[in-house]
Design a protein around this ligand. Sequence first.
Ligand code: 5RP
Length: 320
Amino acid sequence: MQRPGPFSTLYGRVLAPLPGRAGGAASGGGGNSWGVPGSHVQLPGRSQFGAGSTSTGAREANSVCPGPSAMSKAEEAKKLAGRAAVENHVRNNQVLGIGSGSTIVHAVQRIAERVKQENLNLVCIPTSFQFTHPSPSLQDSHILARQLILQYGLTLSDLDRHPEIDLAIDGADEVDADLNLIKGGGGCLTQEKIVAGNASRFIVIADFRKDSKNLGDQWHKGIPIEVIPMACVPVSRTVTQKFGGVIELRMAVNKAGPVVTDNGNFILDWKFDRVHKWSEVNTAIKMIPGVVDTGLFINMAERVYFGMQDGSVNMREKPF
Ligand code: 5RP
């Protein structure tokens, strides 16, 4: 359970649901709202898909895996999206940005398969050290993004050695009609934005539940804002005074006190109460002293692959 802290007492009012939204908001607590009972994301050594799967496409991948009875529709959709992105965009001799979350695991699995099958020479830059999976089935386990790369035998690097990334692949918490994203449900938004921002191509993978017309239609946990700890109260006041809504300090689940990011900062979840001009709001929030970055990814995604409930993959592309 969330433990109210000093800041959540000040700013942690329960947000009234927006018109047309189902349900109210709940505090992030280091995870996101897409916990899927029965979902499984397997790390090597705990294979659910069968060792050495040789499928080459999303459709084919579907055919060699347990059906929806063994794997939830959402988890299957994540897998379809992840594999489709890898099929379509990963090429030999690339520097890859590897996102955080549960969806990216499927992409990394497919990357590892292709490295073996095609002897690809790839270098991977992680977007997080640690990601706590929200699924109840993995409540106590931690998927380490950096660890994921290592566990799959991929080549780990960093922006010091490889400052130019060819392709970044990452998940998202929500995608709007213009391919603007909310990210940071797992608290990794700053490193994710650094990696995506230094990539020639940024491709997003998601399941059907993340597809929205407007930000906030599906994702009710707000926009994460990473802040320097001493700035939590002033940033909260400034954001709500300027733009409305309510702000909650994200509290840890298995630790007393706030979530501390990989960068040693706190996360404020801003539960906005209306649709904004996100580009302007993002710039304004970033100008507030103490803000490190926001989970708004504006005009960054080039393509989004959505795994669908019927086993297909929908691709949406932004015209540039
Ligand atoms: C972490 C993120 C993730 O990409 C986002 O939360 C999606 O996660 P998942 O793939 O588990 O749904 O932004 O900071």
